[in-house]
Design a protein around this ligand. Structure first.
Ligand code: MEV
Length: 332
């Protein structure tokens, strides 16, 4: 039997970095996917095939014995094997069209799809089980992340996330109830970043600027408009009322906060300013220090994007993925 699960990439519309420190964030799943296929083998090994290479380790191996990019898969395989004694071996294959290391949630989507695929050899996991398992798996490489990316990769749609003391996550807004009637243009700086390093850098900024950081957290919450009162005029309200001009202005405002906490750089600023005349709002999406920006661009301006961008950058117009994680099995 093959157990196959796929999960979407994500973008962060508002609140990256601040969400690690307890602020809300607004995220969207987008139409790029990773697919993880798991099968039983007789080899007494855990084998993982991905674009990054192949590893094959004895079934008794711990995730700590393998290179970091393979750890979540070995961790999940160990967990599954521990609860199902008669498994001889496992082969896990990852196919992805999500660019790696540029803020589009590749590792979160991998963890979500892997949890669903590996445990799916025995049973369909519930959404909360997927979230729990993928969270544990992601922590093997990124112990200090908020987990917000996992939530949207699992649920799909546009989601407001509240992170509760970095362990449990809950959505403060239902998935898929919002739409954005303009294009979300993603531009890749082609500079890979380390999310871990950026998160550490922001933590240091917070330690040295406690008061200002707390003000910025409040400003982000207000920007989203999800401060418990569903403040009118926040981004959620703008989406509900289809006010894309106001939404764009808030993205630009959020970018100012990201500049202030120093996760931007000249390349990203150049990319943002190159789209200034046609974008309603532009900001980093994800950890910054490289990675991608998102620009909110109306249909009438979409064909102007390539001429405005620096030639060495890639871009695409993302569609919102409303499915989230999808799982199926094939009998062989
Ligand atoms: C990374 O995609 C998003 C960050 O906010 C980190 C996190 O939420 O854990 C930078």
């Amino acid at each position: 039997m093959k157990s196959i699960a796929s999960a979407p990439a994500k973008i962060i519309l508002f609140g990256e970095h601040f969400v690690v420190h307890g602020t809300n964030a607004l995220l969207a799943a987008i139409d790029k996917r990773v697919t993880v296929t798991s099968t039983f083998t007789e080899n007494k090994t855990i084998k993982v095939n991905s674009e990054l290479g192949t590893i094959e380790v004895p079934i008794s191996s711990s995730h700590e014995e393998v290179e970091s990019e393979f750890r979540p898969f070995v961790y999940l395989a160990n967990k599954m094997i521990a609860s199902n004694q008669n498994v001889n071996g496992l082969e896990i294959t990852i196919n992805s069209d999500i660019p790696v290391g540029v803020g589009l949630g590749s590792s979160s989507a991998c963890c979500v799809a892997a949890a669903s695929s590996i445990f799916g050899l025995f049973k369909k996991l519930s959404d909360s089980e997927i979230l729990k398992m993928s969270r544990e798996a992601e922590k093997t490489i990124f112990p200090d992340l908020s987990g917000a990316d996992l939530y949207v990769c699992a649920a799909g749609g546009i989601i407001g996330c509240e992170v509760d003391n970095t362990i449990s996550l809950h959505s403060s807004t239902p998935s898929v109830s919002y739409e954005i009637s303009a294009n979300l243009v993603i531009v890749n700086s082609m500079i890979q970043h380390s999310t871990k390093r950026s998160v550490e850098k922001v933590r240091r900024f917070k330690e040295n600027n406690e008061k200002r950081f707390s003000e910025l957290c409040d400003l982000v919450t207000k920007l989203i408009g999800d401060d418990g009162t569903r403040a009118r005029g926040g981004a959620l309200d703008n989406m509900k009322n289809n006010d894309i001009a106001a939404l764009g202005l808030k993205m630009t405002e959020n970018q100012k906060y990201l500049e202030e906490i120093q996760v931007s750089n000249d390349t990203l600023r150049d990319m943002i300013s190159s789209l200034k005349e046609i974008s309603l709002g532009t900001k980093i999406t994800g950890a910054g220090d490289g990675g991608c920006i998102i620009a909110l661009v109306e249909d009438k301006n979409l064909d102007k994007v390539p001429a405005l961008l620096p030639k060495d950058k890639e871009y695409f117009s993302a569609k919102i993925d409303t499915k989230g994680v999808v799982w199926s099995t094939i009998e062989e």
